[in-house]
Design a protein around this ligand. Structure first.
Ligand code: MIC
Ligand code: SF4
Length: 741
């Protein structure tokens, strides 16, 4: 690492940020070094490891199985965390899920065993917590098939969320391509205290940068405020960097990381890191004069930072706690809080839980009664075991809390919430990262707010969104006015972490004899058929499938929750395609005009009708289309059902790459106003594909129903390699061809 960094410093002729050091130290051996243009140049990297969670691993591994390799080329792990429904509590729920998704877990377990992949069984914990506890290391680079892979930035990594096809490339020993990110610096001065937590830093940053402000950028945090924070707190901040669209976020190596590495059984890694300390943070000149080195700089004084509550329906609607009452009343948000939820990969560390416990304890000591329901998903078995030993679970039990499995649970809609189907208007508050409509419980009228574990707990005790724990009093059972003391907690367990069975299964040393079975009539798993190559001519006569209006996240394109069970079966999961997107012409979801019959039907149904007649189609969308998850199903479903192009005002990074990888056309309006020209009965021709080239616009002919024609310009960001993916019908077809050759 030191010599690679030295070489890069020479080449660029200036001091380097931490992000640059890690990026340049991980250039792929075949990548010629150079002064890459940030936000423009595509660069090939060689990540150190790959992580996959159960819901995305199925598709990643189905693709990997076709690469023809006997073993993965870099250390890789699979984590079973998304497929466990929270209902009755950890024990029952886990047993139910293990049975319900047996086929999928068996598949993932045997593929892992065969190809040398570490396997974390259901109940072992949430991917990003387990990665932070076991695999993340300062100065490393990893990719993961989940947008919150970025969590590992808390331990000084460059960790990036990708689609399964990207993971497949790296596991197959190929280079991984990324547009050289821009650099956003966040200088943290002062120190957190009282009610304010690391979560508030990112809630504030989300308010400043919005859901697309971090697109194509790495956010690097530094300053006294950064080093004074715990390692898991840094993880929280990096984790939610996904919500501003950032490629990733990171922090320089410091004493908090050393403490965390030692506490999690990795003193040897800390020792190695200490030896090259100065390379695991930016050069001193950078932090002394950040404006010079970052494309954008934000400064936050932690001593003045207030706790924030973000939401509803979007994670960037940031309200400081002192203004929440006003905002809630002005906007008509339901003020009674029905449920407080603690957990998710963002906020389920020992420190988070210990600080929440310090509040829960006050319920008894101050003779209060907790008003809202309170639910907890510990981040990992190691954390659950340790907090049980330390008596925290007993305290939660006293306030009537329910502890669910160490898994994603309600965060990804795996929450069998009683009464949600009645679609009543209600408010919940959680320590998760996303709060898109319907995400947690499927109810479009659930107003979900994101806050720190501390604020979530205090608000759940009060049961009221207008309550400000910093200033307001509660009335206890004796009619006295009492105030909650500010939370306190331990960064790491004083008695150390403990666990009996962490839930890990190592792969077979020789996997060649392991067989992987996929039943041909399975409803959950389906082997992939290659997509057809481009026909070599311009695409004509494409129908408009939907013109989506407003927010269209991957949750709108391929909903999670009840659909997670079909993540390994492309045809079945395609029945959820775009059912959450709002049709700009009638403002309805899942109701679009079938141009053949003239009737309004569900989106997948209309698309299947087009497919049956070999008619291609186009999806039109708004800003930041495909925001949120890394799930490549959002790109594979339209591909599978015969959509040819997605034309939007702007894309979220991972989704755009996923579309390209699957051989789709990902296009943007050259003039965003042209969005207004798209009419419901339009038929399109995409012209210029035979001379498709980097940086060259394509023409889109709009054939309106009244016989009028208009031609508009559309942009694309395909490089030469990506154009080959399009021509081959998908990147995997190229790998396949190479294996055969
Ligand atoms: C999410 O938080 O939305 C998920 C579920 O973890 C996704 C991955 C998926 O859709 O499986 C993500 O963030 O990438
Ligand atoms: Fe799981 Fe939620 Fe984290 Fe996604 S954001 S990995 S669903 S806990």
């Amino acid at each position: 690492m030191p010599s690679r960094i030295e070489a890069a410093r020479k080449q660029l002729g200036r001091p380097l940020t931490l992000a640059e050091k890690i990026l340049y130290a991980h250039l792929h051996p075949d990548q010629k070094s150079g002064n890459f243009e940030r936000g423009k140049s595509y660069v090939d990297f060689a990540p150190d490891r790959v992580a996959m969670q159960d819901a995305t691993a199925q598709m990643a591994l189905l693709q990997f199985m076709q690469s023809g390799r006997p073993k993965v080329a870099v250390p890789s792990t699979v984590h079973c965390d998304h497929l466990i429904t929270a209902k009755n509590g950890a024990k029952e729920d886990l047993a139910f899920a293990t049975n319900e998704s047996k086929e999928v877990f068996d598949f993932l377990g045997s593929v892992s065993n065969k190809y040398g992949i570490g396997f974390w069984k259901p109940g072992a914990g949430i991917i990003h917590q387990v990665v932070l506890e076991n695999y993340a290391f300062p100065g490393g680079m990893m990719i993961g098939t989940d947008s919150h892979t970025v969590n590992a930035g808390g331990l000084g990594m460059v960790a990036i969320g990708v689609g399964g096809a990207d993971a497949c490339d790296v596991m197959a020993g190929l280079a991984w391509e990324l547009k050289m990110p821009k650099l956003i610096g966040v200088k943290l001065t002062g120190k957190l205290s009282g009610w304010t937590a690391p979560k508030d830093v990112i809630l504030k940053v989300a308010g400043i940068l919005t859901v697309k402000g971090g697109t194509d950028a790495i956010v690097e945090y530094f300053g006294e405020g950064a080093t004074s924070m715990s390692c898991t707190g840094k993880g929280t901040i990096c984790n939610m960097g996904a919500e501003i669209g950032a490629t990733t976020s990171t922090f320089g190596y410091d004493a908090s990381m050393e403490r965390y590495l030692k506490a999690t059984g990795r003193a040897d890694v800390a020792e190695l890191a200490n030896q090259i300390k100065e390379h695991l943070t930016a050069d001193p000149e950078v932090y002394a004069d950040p404006e010079k080195y970052f494309d954008q700089l934000i400064e936050i004084n932690l001593s003045e930072l207030e706790p924030h509550v973000n939401g509803p329906f979007t994670p960037d609607l940031a309200t400081p706690i002192s203004k929440l009452k006003e905002a809630a009343l002005a906007n008509g948000w339901p003020t009674k809080i029905s449920v407080g939820l603690l957990g998710s990969c963002t906020n389920s560390s020992y420190e988070d839980i210990s600080r929440a416990v310090s509040l829960a304890k006050q319920v008894a000591s101050k003779k209060l009664k907790s008003k809202s329901e309170y639910l907890i998903n510990p981040g990992s078995e190691q954390i659950r075991f340790t907090i049980k030993r330390d008596g925290f679970l007993d305290v939660f039990d006293q306030i009537g809390a329910k502890v669910f499995t160490n898994a994603c649970g309600p965060c990804i809609g795996m929450w069998d919430r009683m009464g949600a189907e009645k679609q009543e208007k209600n408010t919940i508050i959680h320590s998760f990262n996303r709060n898109f409509a319907k995400r947690a419980d499927g109810n479009p009228n659930t107003y979900a707010f994101v806050a720190s574990p501390e604020i979530v707990t205090a608000m759940a005790i009060a049961g009221d969104l207008t309550f400000n724990p910093l200033t307001d009093y509660l009335t206890n059972e004796k009619g006295e006015k009492v105030k909650l003391d500010a939370p306190t907690g331990d960064e790491l367990p004083t008695k150390g972490f403990a666990v009996e069975d962490a839930g890990y299964q190592a792969p077979a040393a020789d996997g060649s004899k392991v067989t992987v079975n996929v039943s041909p009539d399975s409803k959950r798993l389906q082997l992939l058929d290659p997509f057809a190559a481009w026909e070599g001519v311009d695409l004509k006569g494409l129908k408009l499938l939907i013109k989506a209006k407003g927010k269209c996240t991957t949750d709108h394109i391929s909903m999670a929750g009840p659909w997670l069970k079909f993540r390994g079966h492309l045809d079945n999961i395609s029945n959820n395609m775009l059912i959450g997107a709002v049709n700009a012409f009638n403002e309805k979801t899942d109701s679009v005009k079938n141009q053949i019959s003239g009737t309004y039907e569900s989106v997948p149904k209309v698309q299947r009708a087009y497919k049956a007649q070999h008619i291609g189609s186009i999806v039109v969308g708004d800003e930041n289309y495909g925001e949120g998850s890394s799930r490549e199903h959002a790109a594979m479903e339209p591909r599978h059902l015969g959509v040819r192009a997605v034309l939007v005002k702007s894309f979220a990074r991972i989704h755009e790459t996923n579309l390209k990888k699957q051989g789709m056309l990902a296009l943007t309006f050259a003039d965003k106003n042209d969005y207004g020209k798209i009419q419901e009965d339009d038929t399109f021709d995409i012209v210029g594909l035979t001379t498709f080239a980097p940086g060259k616009q394509l023409d889109l002919v709009l054939n309106h129903k009244d016989g009028n024609k208009e031609t508009i310009k559309v942009n694309h960001s395909y490089n030469a390699q990506q154009i080959e993916w399009f021509k081959a019908g998908g990147a995997l077809n190229i790998i396949r061809a190479n294996v055969k050759a």
